[in-house]
Design a binder for this molecule. Structure first.
Ligand code: PLP
Length: 282
């Protein structure tokens, strides 16, 4: 099932055309988005998602999103969903620069969708990942803010192409590397490395998204006595980890079982522990 509500509050038919062909989000990928996981009617990390929407809008110099309006749209979509028959929803918030040559009024909508079977299987079984170059060094985001590294923009063609390259190499997922040998993120996820009782994830200032799922997991882990660190991770550290995980709203905390074709140490028990911690937050 799907539920669509436009930014002005109209409940619309997701099977009918709703976007103009001259919308800059469509023509140039000039817009931003968020994907929120909603479980049993409760959105997870909505505040962090709306903070990040505002941050992305500011990076793209879009009009600041009206938080109360977006909260109301989120509520409308949730209220229109068939709980408890469909206990989980991926809720996409999309906000574009509006129509080409228009008056600058942004286009926005909130769309609730089912979560793909493949994603649910991967939560349980883990994924094989490959390391792919992203082509920039870890200092570029700060040197060149106009590149919008770390904004959640609609320009995800490269991210999707990387996933296809992973599939060509027989893998499910990608871990992007920087030109200076640093771990960045996945095309739609953050990397978390576990070693001993420490969890680490790379810092957003190297040109990656600050993850809401990673944040939730780190809060829970810290409370449970883990040490959590936001710091650079060298590519050479990946194979020595006790576990590598890809975190995102829809996939939750998914374990990487194979890296570049080589099986990693079994982290199923660690995955179960981290998943329990993550779920305890909600
Ligand atoms: N990094 C990128 C590039 C993403 O697209 C996403 C989410 O889709 C994430 C990280 C993870 O963010 P979150 O946990 O807030 O979903």
């Amino acid at each position: 099932m799907r539920v669509l509500v436009t930014l002005d509050g109209n409940v619309a038919d997701p099977d009918q055309p709703q976007i103009r062909v001259d919308d800059l989000g469509l023509m140039r990928g000039d817009g931003i988005f968020e994907t929120v996981l909603v479980v049993d009617g409760k959105p997870r990390e909505l505040d962090l998602h709306l903070n990040r929407l505002a941050r992305s809008a500011s990076l793209l110099e879009l009009p600041p999103p009206d938080r109360a309006v977006w909260e109301a749209r989120v509520r409308q979509v949730i209220d229109g969903w068939s709980w408890p028959d469909s206990p989980e929803m991926a809720l996409k918030l999309v906000y574009t620069r509006g129509i080409d040559g228009g008056d600058g009024t942004p286009t926005g909508f909130a769309l609730g969708m089912e979560i793909a079977r493949k994603v649910r299987d991967q939560r349980r079984d883990g994924v094989a990942a490959v390391i792919l170059e992203r082509g920039f060094d870890s200092g570029l985001a700060e040197r060149a803010p106009w590149l919008l590294l770390g904004a959640k923009s609609l320009s995800y063609a490269v991210n999707m192409a990387a996933n296809r390259e992973a599939a060509r190499r027989g893998a499910d997922e990608v871990i992007f590397s920087s030109a200076d040998g640093i771990v960045l993120e996945g095309p739609t996820s953050n990397l978390i490395l576990a070693k001993g009782r420490t969890l680490r994830t790379p810092p957003p200032n190297i040109g990656i998204l600050p993850g809401t799922t990673q944040a939730g997991l780190f809060r829970a882990a810290e409370r449970a006595g883990w040490s959590v660190k936001i710091e650079s991770i060298g590519l050479d550290e990946l194979t020595g980890a006790d576990g590598l995980f890809l975190a995102s709203s829809v996939r939750k905390v998914t374990r990487v079982h194979t890296l570049d074709g080589t099986a990693l140490p079994d982290s199923a028990a660690l995955h179960a522990e981290l998943t329990a911690l993550y779920e305890s937050e909600y």
